[in-house]
Design a protein around this ligand. Structure first.
Ligand SMILES: Cc1ncc(COP(=O)(O)O)c(C=O)c1O
Length: 370
C-alpha cells in the first residue's frame, strides 16, 4: 500500500537546521526573537499546580489577560497548541472539498499547506516586491468566487514584515462580508509592531477570525500556547470541538507560565521592540552598503525580512546558498520555501544572539562575492 499523501510539507521545515546543526551555525532561519529561558524571564514553576487538563478554552487567568489586551470578552478567546493548531482548526472547520480559499502569498507556508489538506481549491494572491509588498485588496477581491469560503492573510506578514493599514484591513473585511466568506488573519506578529499597537482583526466583525501566539513576541516557542479570537459564538463552539478532538487543552503548565509572562508584559515588551528596531537598522545599513547586490523593503514589524539579490551571485543562487551554509556556516531560508524565487531569502535577524547578527551579515556578504 502506498503512503497517503495528504500531508506534504514544502522545503521550509528542511531549510531549518536541526538543533544539533544549529550549534555550529549562525542561525538566521528563525522568525522569533532570541529564545528566553524560565530563568531569564523570572518565571516560577508552580509546584502545587494540579496537572489536570484544565479549563477547556484555556485557564481563565491567561484568557482574561488576552481578552483585556484585545478588548474582547474572555469567552471570545480559545487557547490552542501554538498558532499552528489554531490555524489548522480554522482551516479544517471551514474548508471542504469544493470550497475555495483565497490566500495571500508569500505567507507562513503552513497557512497554505494546512489548507491543502482539506481538499479545497486555492488561489494565491501575491504581494509584490515592486509594490513595496503592499496588499492589493482589489486583487484579492478579484480572486473571490461564489464558492469562496475563506480569505486568509498573514498580517504582519511573515516573511516580509509589512503591515496592512487599518483602512486596508477594514476594506478586506468588507470584501469578505459582501461575499459571504470568512476572513482569517494570522496576527502572530501583531505584538511585534515597531511603532504603535495592533488591535485584533476579530474586532472587525463576527466573520473575521484572529489567530496569534506567545511564540514569536516573547521568544517562547517551546511553550506551546497560541489562541484563536472570534466574536462569533457559533464559530467558537466549532473551534472548541476541534480542539477537544485534537488536543483537549493546550497544557496547564505552559498556560500558567505564559500567564506569568503576560503579567510582566509592560516591562518585557519595550526592550524587545527596541532591540528589534536596533537590529532592523543594522540590517538596513548593511543592505545599503551592499546596494550593488541587495535590496529590501525594510520591515515595520516582526523579526524577519525578505531580501532580494539584484543580480546573480558568482555561480548562481544555488552556489550562493551552498557557500553560505557550508563555508560561512550561516543559515537563511531560500525564497523557494515561500513559493517565491530564490533571488529572495528570508533573513531572521531577531533570533540569533545579539553578538552574532553582524557576523552573520558579514558572512552573507562574503558568500555573495563567491
Ligand atoms: C505567521 C505564523 N503563524 C503561525 C506560526 C506558528 O507558530 P506557533 O505554532 O509556534 O505559535 C508561525 C511560526 O513560524 C508563523 O510565522
Amino acid at each position: 500500500m502506498s503512503a497517503p499523501s495528504k500531508f506534504q510539507l514544502s522545503g521550509l521545515v528542511s531549510a531549518h537546521p536541526t538543533l544539533e546543526e544549529s550549534v555550529h551555525l549562525i542561525n538566521m532561519t528563525e522568525s522569533s526573537i532570541t529564545p528566553r529561558s524560565i530563568k531569564e524571564l523570572g518565571l516560577t514553576v508552580p509546584t502545587d499546580l494540579p496537572l489536570e487538563h484544565g479549563r477547556e478554552k484555556g485557564l481563565k487567568g491567561i484568557c482574561g489577560m488576552l481578552a483585556k489586551r484585545y478588548d474582547v470578552d474572555v469567552d471570545e478567546i480559545l487557547l490552542t497548541v501554538g498558532a499552528s493548531s489554531g490555524i489548522y482548526f480554522v482551516q479544517t472547520a471551514l474548508l471542504n472539498p469544493g470550497d475555495h480559499l483565497v490566500i495571500m502569498r508569500p505567507n507562513y507556508p503552513l497557512n497554505i499547506e494546512g489548507a491543502q489538506t482539506t481538499g479545497c481549491e486555492i488561489s494565491c494572491v501575491d504581494i509584490e516586491f515592486s509594490n513595496g509588498f503592499r496588499v492589493d485588496v482589489d486583487k484579492i477581491a478579484a480572486a473571490v468566487r461564489p464558492e469562496t469560503k475563506l480569505i486568509s492573510i498573514c498580517n504582519p506578514n511573515n516573511p516580509v514584515g509589512t503591515v496592512m493599514s487599518t483602512e486596508e484591513l477594514q476594506k478586506l473585511a468588507d470584501v469578505a462580508k459582501k461575499n459571504n466568506c470568512f476572513l482569517l488573519v494570522d496576527e502572530t506578529y501583531g505584538e511585534l509592531l515597531y511603532d504603535g499597537q495592533m488591535p485584533t482583526a476579530a474586532k472587525l466583525g463576527p466573520h473575521v477570525i484572529g489567530v496569534s501566539s506567545m511564540s514569536k513576541t516573547w521568544g517562547v516557542s517551546g511553550l506551546r500556547v497560541g489562541w484563536i479570537t472570534t466574536t462569533n459564538k457559533q464559530l467558537m463552539d466549532t473551534f472548541v470541538a476541534a480542539k477537544q478532538i485534537v488536543s483537549i487543552t493546550a497544557g496547564v503548565l505552559d498556560e500558567t507560565l505564559c500567564e506569568q509572562i503576560l503579567a510582566k508584559a509592560e516591562d518585557l515588551h519595550p526592550p524587545i521592540i527596541a532591540e528589534l528596531r536596533r537590529r532592523r537598522d543594522i540590517v538596513d545599513n548593511w543592505v545599503k552598503s551592499e546596494s550593488d547586490m541587495l535590496e529590501w523593503i525594510p520591515p515595520v514589524a516582526g523579526a524577519t525580512a525578505f531580501i532580494r539579490m539584484k543580480k546573480d551571485p558568482p555561480g548562481g543562487e544555488a552556489a550562493f546558498y551552498e557557500r553560505l551554509r557550508r563555508v560561512q556556516k550561516i543559515a537563511v531560508i531560500p525564497g523557494r520555501c515561500f513559493e517565491q524565487s530564490d533571488e529572495f531569502f528570508r533573513l531572521g535577524f531577531g533570533y540569533p544572539p545579539a553578538e552574532q547578527v553582524e557576523r552573520g551579515l558579514e558572512g552573507i556578504s562574503k558568500a555573495l562575492r563567491g
